[in-house]
Ligand binder design. Sequence first.
Ligand code: FNR
Length: 183
Amino acid sequence: MPATIAVLIGSLRKGSLNRKFAQALEGIAADRMRFDYVDLSDLPHYDQDLWDNPPASVTGLKQKVEASDAVLIVTPEYNRFFPGIIKDALDWGSRPKGEGCWAGKPCAITGVTPGATGTAVAQGHTRLAALSVDLVVQHSPELYVQWNDERFGDDGSVKNDQTRKFMGDFITKFAAWIEKHGN
Ligand code: FNR
């Protein structure tokens, strides 16, 4: 049985490179994992008052994560940090207290940017935030990727063998991480 992965993309825009990258990872992982993309486009900022009648975007997020074997966060870097939509998702999923969806779930983090640092700084901050909600975050290999024409086609296809190998190693380790830490 392939593992079900709840995938959070930190970019909402249609042409997102991070979404293309997640889809490329999905292709590489297809024999071992099924990606279930969580729609964060309607997720409001965290607001305790909304628990009286929680929005479908919040209940949908929690249901998808609860039904998954693991979580994959694919994040851009915004001003050397991860985008607020990821923080809101982590905060919503962590409540109500004692009924959060993250605790104990295996998790991996990656991301792409046209910038030279390959989202390394954003991923470090994402790791701290993920650990705070008790996700069990994979340590290595880290997968920092600079998106450019030599590595990727416009359609998100992977053109570079070394990049494909890095991505494959990341998925193989994630599969082992899920095997070790999943329920
Ligand atoms: C960026 N970008 C960016 N890139 C980077 O490598 N380091 C950074 O700190 C930032 N900061 C930043 C802030 C804001 C507000 C925006 C909108 C963008 C560029 C960013 O990586 C690029 O736009 C990516 O293409 C965004 O990811 P998606 O939307 O393509 O998935």
